[in-house]
Design a protein around this ligand. Structure first.
Ligand code: C5P
Length: 231
């Protein structure tokens, strides 16, 4: 069974407030995107990694980073459009039941152990699933005027992480469905759920944070330097 990987890296990172897109900011001396690429390429079972870039990206070529198992394509307006473009890039070669791992370029702290665990735990699953962690904080529903309107029962609430891993044909169908109907989904699992399927949860490490705000860079730096960047 072939395993493919898609790395959406076509975001502009509005919330970071930096001129350099967050995937190109250096952590421990290496751009966030390169950390993420290396984590995926360390998994020998991955046949091909497709990095999805912004059409006007001027940073990628400066990295001068090449690997025979890596190719690039252009992204779209939203994350799910970018992932769909990544799937289009392997459409000719992928079989319906092949696995596709989708990983946010801005999650450089994912461990190889978590990626292997995801692959192992889902290998016999018909749909696929995702790394996730249970929510520890009490979660508030907040109204437009910044007053609490309710408290959610945190039992059964999990934060969705990446990689998320689904069968090629089902993922293609799910994301095409979202694109055609104009449903904006922020992860692959949501698109799969909209077709009536139930993705499986695989417990991941909390350190697999998504770099969104400036403070996340400090946490990522501390994690990567303490664990060793190739772990
Ligand atoms: O914006 P957000 O933090 O959710 O982005 C998650 C990942 O999706 C990032 O790696 C970002 O580069 C990518 N993305 C993309 N195409 C977009 C928007 C985001 O590839 N249009």
């Amino acid at each position: 069974m072939t395993i493919w990987a898609i790395l959406p890296a076509a975001g502009i990172g509005r919330r970071m407030g930096s001129i350099t897109p967050k995937q190109y900011i250096s952590v421990c001396g290496t751009p966030v995107l390169v950390h993420s690429i290396k984590r995926l390429l360390a998994i020998e079972e991955i046949e091909q990694l497709v990095v999805v870039l912004q059409a006007d990206d001027t940073w990628w070529s400066q990295l001068n980073f090449h690997d025979p198992r890596m190719s690039t394509t252009w992204g779209g307006d939203e994350r799910f459009n970018s992932v769909l473009n990544g799937l289009d890039a392997i459409l000719e070669r992928a079989e319906a039941d092949d696995w596709v791992l989708v990983h946010d370029a801005v999650r450089p702290c994912v461990t190889q152990a978590d990626i292997r665990k995801l692959i192992l735990e889902l290998s016999g699953h018909s749909v696929g699933g995702l790394l996730a962690t249970p929510i520890d904080d009490t979660v508030k529903q907040v109204g437009v005027d910044e007053h609490v309107v309710g408290t959610l029962d945190r039992n059964g609430l999990w934060s969705a992480l990446t990689p998320q891993m689904f069968r090629f044909e089902l993922l293609y169908k799910a994301l095409s469905n979202s694109a055609t109907k104009g449903i904006s989904v922020t992860d692959e699992a949501s698109a799969i759920e909209k077709l009536g399927f139930k993705p499986k949860i695989v417990m991941g490490e909390k350190s697999n944070l998504k770099i969104t705000h400036e403070a996340d860079l400090i946490i990522a730096e501390s994690f990567l330097s303490s664990k060793g960047i190739e772990s």
